[in-house]
Unconditional design. Structure first.
Ligand SMILES: Cc1cc2nc3c(=O)[nH]c(=O)nc-3n(C[C@H](O)[C@H](O)[C@H](O)COP(=O)(O)OP(=O)(O)OC[C@H]3O[C@@H](n4cnc5c(N)ncnc54)[C@H](O)[C@@H]3O)c2cc1C
Length: 489
């Protein structure tokens, strides 16, 4: 990788990536491609983040009230993707159906298929060489005031010796990429009276795996988002009663909820939001009605949480847990960066965009605006969102609020090929089908002609240019050759 005539020499940095989920893997690949020395620290025993299903839960703290939770993944057993696989591949390593035991060729496969694909991606690009598994990052702080380096303290988690200090390590890196996700730390409602005193079972969806423990029970599911609907439907198979408490009229009055009620009216009921939990087991709703329940499951989303990050106030999370900042374009201050803070984006594509940008800023191939300009840009973003009436909690929601903006940012900050029009159309039609019928949308076959042609050409890739898994040594050789070709500053 050589800089062209007249271009500044590119720099190779030592970079620590916190987290080995989709965002961390995208970061690792782009950083290596740009010639940086990467170390990914992942607390789990494998990469994949959310997609590494864990049958265990934060059992002793089913609400996930203590931060940080111990189990990163919030995936439940019945989960199938809500985004079509055609649009869920890395730009040069598509999420094509693969033959083999345990593989799931469907457009919206079960969660395990995405994990298999992420492992395939790691193999194809030799990424496991730079991943330290079972390694939790405990503390990230500026190394000195004079440099922009960071000290990272981590601990090896093996067996039950996780507080053994000898397993702790402190290292200095030129830069840190934070990619620890935001679907692990539960966000609990703050407006329900009696939660603390209720003696019956309460859990957050983070700790829900299968419906079996709720067989024969009356269960209240709080929250009508994707997880709330999935879990309510899962419970309908075994529970005596399922009561879905919608947080607002807007989330309740949707065609998919109406259809769920029509299909499962013998078990499923819809309610307004929960107002109070009573000592006698009653759950009271905002309209004054109540039911007696055995369990309440809060499907109320997740909060941003960076318990290891010590920036001296430079980057903070707001008191509601909705916003991280100030982050220029949801990614930077310079030597610290965040991949994956954004919400409702096409992944891994948008994470690749961010990761590539970070890698190129660190090498000097791209420059950032002056600090005051970046801060001004963040303030403008917040003001514009407020003026447009977008709730504060959607500050980092790009694709769900303004999908066109997501594609524009991709083109502005990276040289990745733009997302093909048929993929955009497929994503939009999948969302529309989901909103019409959340139970059947994954198995519909009503693509437009445009999408059908796109899918056919995409499937033909299988026979053509998809990179094959390389041996670790071949990848290491490639990376070394890249690094040798790069004029280091
Ligand atoms: C139930 C559910 C369903 C979803 N369905 C979809 C879907 O269908 N389509 C879609 O596009 N998205 C979906 N998502 C969103 C999903 O989170 C993203 O797809 C993606 O996994 C986010 O990747 P990430 O790398 O940012 O975070 P994560 O996958 O959460 O990965 C973060 C990683 O960081 C590690 N980590 C955290 N803290 C530390 C630390 N201190 N030290 C070391 N490692 C650490 C964690 O162990 C984890 O491996 C779903 C999420 C949930 C919860």
């Amino acid at each position: 990788m050589a800089a062209g005539d007249g271009e500044p020499a590119l720099q190779s940095k030592s970079v620590c990536v916190v987290g080995g989920g989709v965002a961390g893997l995208a970061a690792a690949r782009e950083l290596r491609r740009e010639g940086h020395a990467v170390t990914v620290m992942e607390q789990s025993g494998d990469v994949g983040g959310q997609w590494l299903y864990d049958p265990l839960t934060d059992g002793e703290d089913p609400l996930g009230a203590a931060a940080p939770v111990r189990v990163p993944s919030s995936i439940y057993a019945c989960l199938r993707l809500i985004s079509p696989r055609e649009a869920m591949g890395f730009s040069d390593f598509q999420f094509l159906p693969r033959e083999g035991a345990g593989r799931d060729p469907r457009r919206f496969p079960a969660h395990r298929e995405l994990h298999c694909y992420l492992r395939d991606f790691c193999d194809a690009f030799g990424l496991m060489d730079v991943v330290r598994l079972n390694t939790r990052v405990l503390h990230v702080a500026p190394a000195t005031t004079a440099t922009r380096q960071w000290t990272v303290r981590s601990v090896r988690l093996l067996g039950s010796t996780e507080d053994d200090e000898s397993r702790e390590k402190e290292e200095v890196f030129d830069a840190v990429v934070v990619a620890n996700g935001h679907h692990s730390q539960p966000m609990l409602p703050t407006d329900i009276q009696g939660m603390g005193e209720w003696t019956r079972r309460q859990l957050h969806s983070h700790s829900y795996r299968t419906p079996e423990p709720f067989r024969g029970e009356a269960v209240v599911v709080a929250g009508c988002g994707d997880s709330g609907k999935d879990i309510a439907l899962d419970l309908c198979r075994v529970a005596r009663e399922v009561h879905l408490a919608a947080s607002s009229e807007a989330t309740a009055a949707t065609p998919d909820v109406s259809r769920m009620l029509a299909n499962h009216g013998d078990v499923l009921r819809l309610h307004t939001r929960i107002r109070r939990l009573h000592a006698d087991g009653r759950v009271e709703f905002a309209d004054g009605s109540s039911v007696v329940a055995d369990t309440v499951i809060y499907c109320t989303g997740y909060t941003y949480s960076f318990p290891f990050l010590d920036t001296g106030g430079a980057v903070t999370v707001d008191s509601d847990g909705y916003v991280v900042g100030p982050l220029f374009e949801h990614v930077f201050p310079p030597s610290l960066s965040f991949v994956g803070v954004v919400r409702k984006v096409l992944i891994p594509w948008f994470f690749e965009v961010q990761a590539r940008w970070v890698a190129q800023v660190l090498s000097g191939r791209k420059t950032l605006p002056a600090e005051e300009e970046m801060v001004r840009s963040v303030e403008e973003h917040l003001r514009a969102r407020e003026a447009a009436g977008v709730p504060w909690k959607h500050t980092h929601n790009i694709g769900g609020i303004d999908p066109q903006k997501m594609y524009e940012l991709g083109e502005k900050y990276s040289d990745l090929a733009p997302v093909e029009e048929w993929k955009k159309e497929l994503v939009m039609s999948s969302i529309a089908s989901k909103m019409a019928d959340v139970e059947t949308f994954r198995d519909r076959a009503d693509d437009s002609e445009n999408v059908r042609k796109g899918v056919q050409a995409w499937l033909d890739l299988k026979l053509a240019a998809q990179p094959r898994a390389k041996s670790m040594s071949t990848v290491a050789d490639d990376v070394e050759a890249d690094a040798r070709a790069m004029p280091h500053a």
